[in-house]
Ligand binder design. Structure first.
Ligand code: K7E
Ligand code: CUA
Ligand code: CA
Length: 640
């Protein structure tokens, strides 16, 4: 790290000085990394050849003229803001935030009865959780490409999975995984492993990262800890089954034939302490034989854990030594891997090394051969293990045989050719598998290319989620924006196109063609059981202390000019927006009662609150809707 050459280079260019600082600080946090600090072996191109920022020679442009629409959608996880974000690309403009796990003040998520029901409440009616930590977002598939039905996103803190309807861009279901802590990786299947008619997503797989005692009765004996790999039904969002494994789960990938899912694991050691998780030289990528697991469940070969009724099959190493009946297969990969990604040619899973400067290419047909008893050693499925640089985390693809891997410590993206990497691994030392490197700013985590993890990978744009932005934007105090960078990958060389500041802290994202979605701008009144379909239905009905207020909105007026309730009443206010015009949303706020929510065209929403002290409360429309928006009001008169 401190050789003279580096020092002098650093003085010559402040840029390198900053990089070195990052490398050093990051390395301090990664004990036992000494072996990884060497430069990549031959086969690696020179880092100095990375092109400078700018658009010269770029076929793609990120700047759109006013009024021009983006050609790609991006779905971004919001990190511990707990939301999903929708971006337009290549502009990088943020179009929407979809609240799911945490309340949202704009739309009233977590305030309306409808959203509270999806989020989950305690016996007292308050939200069970108001924090979340989203990392991974993926969408439903058909024939290997996105079909525009659903997206899913995880909450690592409370082990929840949320489903987003991609017609209305709203969260419609949230499921909590039983006996799982640190739910991290998530991936939908791409078709059924058995039934050829099911050529679309019906399952979502979820990896539990933190091992816990099962059932979780307080014990500190780490040897008792296990992790569960969970399968959630894509339609019902109910748990189908779980697999108990040795070690932990991290990120998840699925094969295009529906037969295999995999999770990489960095804690093969099953250590409970930081140091213990790094003691083994190799960890694993754990494969799941989906058809066999479901046969085992059908045959009753499972147990249940604690109060959960979900069938749990045994995926531990000891129980799965015989390939011909094994449910799981532990392919070894170097120390503490991170991302696992499926190549669009459908052949490989690629594990990024994290603590190892390598990527491991696993050939899926060989894993299937092992399950058939035709491959003697499981690690024979490793097609390549090649050096890329320091801190490989995640990999994207261009559909032309190239992979793009983020190097966290090097603050680079490395473009490499998978076939050449395999040739190099097989002994062809002339195979130059590294095609290009580009500096990014700084410390990249997730990466994804347009249509990357589909059969339609088109190799146009690459987005990189840089965890640190440092000096790239105007300083705004101690909390820095993150830096999402967009790279043109249409040519041989990568070209940096744009920096975008983003509010912390996105992790994963997908980018796909806008034609794949058919969003609706106006709801269907009949989808809401409590809809107030006619302004004439408006009014107040009383049942003891429980009062229901029904109202409609049509710009620029609410159907009631005033309504009366009594102090201490439990008031449920139901509001239907009868406007049918696209982009005509109304809001409804009540001073002093912690109420504000919106209703989109033809949407119905309701809130329940306790009427406060006697007085007049001007309820007003909070969402600008009309020239008379400010006049759009109604009086709540609370009587003693
Ligand atoms: Cu790499 Cu949670 Cu996907 Cu973040 S994980 S970077
Ligand atoms: Cu209705 Cu503003
Ligand atoms: Ca480990």
């Amino acid at each position: 790290m401190t050789d003279k050459k580096t020092e002098s280079l650093q003085e010559a260019t402040p840029e390198l000085g900053r990089r070195r600082f990052f490398n050093t600080t990051a390395l301090v946090g990664l004990a036992g990394l000494a072996a990884c600090t060497e430069k990549p072996a031959s086969g690696g191109a020179s880092a100095a050849s990375a092109p400078a920022a700018g658009s010269h020679g770029a076929a793609n442009a990120s700047h759109l003229k006013p009024g021009e629409l983006d050609t790609y959608y991006g779905l971004w996880s919001g990190g511990h803001t707990g939301d999903m974000r929708v971006l337009g690309l290549p502009s990088g403009r943020e179009l929407l935030r979809i609240p799911c796990f945490v309340p949202d003040a704009l739309v009233g998520w977590g305030h309306t009865n409808e959203s509270k029901k999806i989020m989950g409440t305690k016996a007292d009616g308050n939200l069970r959780y108001s924090v979340g930590d989203t990392h991974h977002t993926h969408a439903s598939y058909k024939d290997g490409n996105y079909d525009g039905r659903y997206a899913w996103i995880n909450d690592k803190i409370n082990s929840r999975i949320a489903r987003i309807r991609l017609d209305y861009f709203v969260c419609d279901k949230i499921t909590q995984l039983p006996n799982v802590q640190g739910f991290h990786g998530i991936f939908p299947d791409k078709r059924d492993p058995v039934d050829p008619a099911i050529n679309y997503t019906t399952r979502v797989f979820c990896g539990g990262e933190f091992s816990i005692p099962l059932p979780n009765a307080g014990t500190d004996d780490a040897k008792q800890y296990h992790s569960l790999f969970s399968c959630v039904d894509a339609e019902t969002m109910e748990l189908r089954w779980q697999v108990m494994i040795d070690g932990n789960c991290d990120l998840v990938a699925t094969s295009y034939d529906g037969k295999l899912a995999a999770t990489n694991q960095y804690n093969t050691e099953m250590g409970a302490k930081y140091e213990d998780m790094m003691s083994a030289e190799r960890d694993a990528c754990v494969f799941f034989n989906i058809a066999r697991i479901e046969e085992a469940v059908k045959a009753g070969k499972f147990k249940t854990i604690g109060s959960s009724k979900v069938p749990v099959v045994d995926g531990t190493r000891a129980a799965n030594a015989d390939a011909k009946s094994a449910l799981t297969a532990y392919v070894s990969v170097p120390k503490n891997p991170h991302g696992v990604n499926a190549s669009p040619d459908q052949k490989y899973f690629i594990c990024a090394g994290k603590l190892s400067p390598t990527a491991t290419v696993i050939e899926l047909s060989k894993v299937l051969e092992w399950f058939d008893g035709k491959l003697e050693k499981l690690d024979g499925a490793i097609a390549a293990e090649v050096e890329l640089g320091l801190g490989p985390l995640h990999t994207a693809f261009d559909g032309r045989g190239n992979a793009y891997t983020t190097l966290f410590l090097d603050s680079q993206v490395v473009k490499w050719n998978v076939d050449k990497a395999i040739a190099f691994h097989k002994g062809d030392k002339n195979a130059k598998y590294v095609v290009d490197r580009i500096d990014v700013h700084y410390q990249p985590g997730h990466i994804n290319a347009s249509q990357s993890e589909t059969v339609a990978a088109d190799g146009k744009y690459l987005a990189v989620g840089c965890k640190f932005s440092k000096d790239r934007f105007l300083p705004v105090g101690p909390l820095h924006a993150e830096n999402e960078q967009l790279i043109d990958i249409s040519g041989e060389k990568m070209v940096l196109m744009a920096d975008h500041p983003v509010r912390g802290e996105p992790h994963d994202f997908i980018i796909f063609k806008r034609e794949l979605l058919k969003p609706k701008q106006v709801y269907n009144l009949d989808d809401f059981p409590h809809a107030v379909k006619d302004p004439k239905e408006s009014g107040v009905t009383r049942n003891g202390k429980k009062v229901t207020v029904k109202m409609t909105s049509q710009a620029p007026a609410f159907s009631l000019r005033e309504f009366k309730v009594k102090k201490g009443d439990e008031v449920t206010l139901i509001l239907t927006n009868l406007d049918k015009v696209e982009d005509l949303t109304h809001g409804f706020a009540i001073p002093g009662h912690n109420v504000n929510f919106i209703v989109n065209p033809q949407e119905t929403a309701s809130v329940t609150f306790t009427a406060g002290d006697p007085g007049v409360y001007w309820c007003y429309c909070t969402h600008f809707c009309h020239a008379l928006h400010l006049e759009m009001r109604t009086r709540m008169i609370v009587e003693a």
